[in-house]
Write a protein that binds this ligand. Structure first.
Ligand SMILES: Nc1ncnc2c1ncn2[C@@H]1O[C@H](COP(=O)(O)OP(=O)(O)OP(=O)(O)O)[C@@H](O)[C@H]1O
Length: 351
C-alpha cells in the first residue's frame, strides 16, 4: 500500500468564491503517490473549480496547493499553469483538429530537445496502442481512440499529477465502460497520482482507490468505495450510492419504531430525532406471515431490470421499494411481508 509515502498532492483549506457564491468551502485533501482519487457530487458542488485551481486555470484565493513538496499556489502567489507538473484531460478531449495524433501528443513539450520529444511521443503511442494512427487526424479516430490521444497528451510532460474532468461523458454508454477500464489500467501502470472528477457515483467507485464526496463546496466524506457504501457519513452520501427507503423517527428506550419494524438504537438518548435508511436491496420480502418481525405490504407494481427486479410496495398508504436479484414474479395487488436486514439498517441524525 501507498499510505506510508508522503502525499503527492496536498490541498489545504481551499476556499474559492465567484462574487457572492462560495463554490469551494474549506476543502483539504491529499492524494498519495500512485493513488487514483475520484471526486463525485452533484452539478455545481465545486468539483471542476477544484481541478481548475490545481491546474492554475483559476487563482487561489484562500488556502494552499502543493505537489510533491513544491508549493504551486497560495493566495497572491501562483505558478503559471505551464510551469506546473500537472497534466489535464478535459471532457471534450480538446484535441487540436489541425494536428496529427503525434502532433497532439508532442504539443506542449516544446521545452524539450526534439529527439527526447519524439522518444516520449513514440513511447506513449505504444502505451496507448496508437502507433499506427500516429499520422492520422483526430476526426478520423473513434471516440475511444481520441480519448487515448487526450490521455497521452496529458501524460506527455511526465506530470506528477493527472487531472481528469468528466473524462468519459462524451462517450456512449457501451464504449464508456471499456474505455474507462483501459484508461484506469494505463494510469495505474504509469503510477501518476490522479484526480478524476465525475458526477457518476458508479464510475467513481470503479475508478477510485478513494472517493471524495462533495456537496455545496464541501467534502462530506473521503473514503474507500466499500466504506462509503457500507458506512456512509450521512443520508446524502447513502442516497448518492444507491436507492434507499427513508423514515423519520424518534428514539424511545434504546430503539426506534419505523413503519418497517423496530430498529435497535444503542447509545442514542430517548427523544433523539433520527432518519432511518434502508437500501432497496436490503428490504427483504417473504410470504405473508412467514416472519414475525416482518410487516404486511401490498405490491403496487414491479419492473424487471435484467440483473434485478424492482418492486414498488404499498406500506400503509406510503410507498417503499425493494430490489430483488434476478427475475422475481410478483403480481400487482399481491400481499407479502417486508423486513429490513437489521445489520444493514442505517441511522442518521435527522437533517
Ligand atoms: N467562472 C465562474 N463564474 C461564476 N460562477 C461560477 C464560475 N465557474 C463556476 N461557477 C459556479 O460555481 C459553482 C461550482 O461550479 P463547478 O463548475 O466547480 O461545479 P461542478 O461540481 O464541477 O459542476 P458540474 O458537474 O456541473 O460541472 C456553481 O454554482 C457554478 O455555477
Amino acid at each position: 500500500m501507498t499510505d506510508t509515502l508522503a502525499p503527492s498532492v496536498i490541498l489545504s483549506g481551499i476556499t474559492h468564491r465567484y462574487g457572492q457564491l462560495t463554490a469551494v468551502d474549506g476543502v483539504s485533501l491529499s492524494v498519495a503517490p500512485r493513488e487514483v482519487v475520484c471526486i463525485v457530487g452533484p452539478s455545481g458542488c465545486g468539483k471542476s473549480t477544484l481541478l481548475r485551481l490545481i491546474s492554475g486555470l483559476e487563482s487561489v484565493q484562500k488556502g494552499e496547493i502543493a505537489v510533491e513538496g513544491q508549493q504551486l499556489a497560495t493566495a497572491g502567489r501562483s505558478l503559471p499553469p505551464e510551469r506546473r507538473p500537472v497534466g489535464m484531460m478535459f471532457q471534450d478531449f480538446a484535441l487540436f483538429p489541425h494536428l496529427t495524433v503525434a502532433g497532439n501528443i508532442a504539443f506542449g513539450q516544446t521545452d524539450r530537445p526534439r529527439a527526447e520529444r519524439m522518444r516520449r511521443v513514440n513511447e506513449l503511442l505504444e502505451t496507448m496502442a496508437l502507433t499506427r494512427y500516429a499520422d492520422a487526424y483526430p476526426h478520423t479516430l473513434s471516440g475511444g481512440q481520441q480519448q487515448r490521444v487526450a490521455l497521452a497528451r496529458a501524460m506527455a510532460r511526465d506530470p506528477k499529477v493527472l487531472l481528469l474532468d468528466e473524462p468519459f461523458s462524451a462517450l456512449d454508454e457501451q464504449l464508456r465502460r471499456s474505455v474507462r477500464e483501459e484508461v484506469v489500467r494505463i494510469i495505474r501502470a504509469s503510477g501518476i497520482a490522479t484526480i478524476v472528477v465525475t458526477h457518476d457515483p458508479e464510475e467513481a467507485m470503479e475508478m477510485g482507490n478513494r472517493v471524495v464526496v462533495m456537496e455545496a463546496g464541501r467534502v462530506v466524506q473521503a473514503d474507500t468505495p466499500v466504506n462509503l457504501y457500507q458506512r456512509p457519513a450521512n443520508s446524502f452520501v447513502a442516497r448518492l450510492f444507491g436507492e434507499v427507503n427513508r423514515f423519520e423517527a424518534t428514539v424511545r428506550d434504546g430503539h426506534i419504531v419505523t413503519p418497517l419494524g423496530r430498529v435497535m438504537a444503542p447509545g442514542l438518548p430517548g427523544g433523539t430525532k433520527v432518519e432511518v435508511a434502508c437500501r432497496v436491496e436490503d428490504l427483504e420480502l417473504v410470504p405473508l406471515g412467514a416472519r414475525p418481525d416482518a410487516v404486511p405490504v401490498r405490491v403496487r407494481h414491479s419492473s424487471f431490470l435484467g440483473p434485478a427486479t424492482r418492486v414498488c410496495l404499498d406500506l400503509g398508504g406510503s410507498e417503499v421499494h425493494a430490489r430483488l436479484p434476478g427475475h422475481v414474479n410478483v403480481r400487482a395487488g399481491e400481499e407479502l411481508s417486508a423486513a429490513m436486514a437489521a445489520e444493514r439498517v442505517m441511522v442518521f441524525p435527522a437533517g
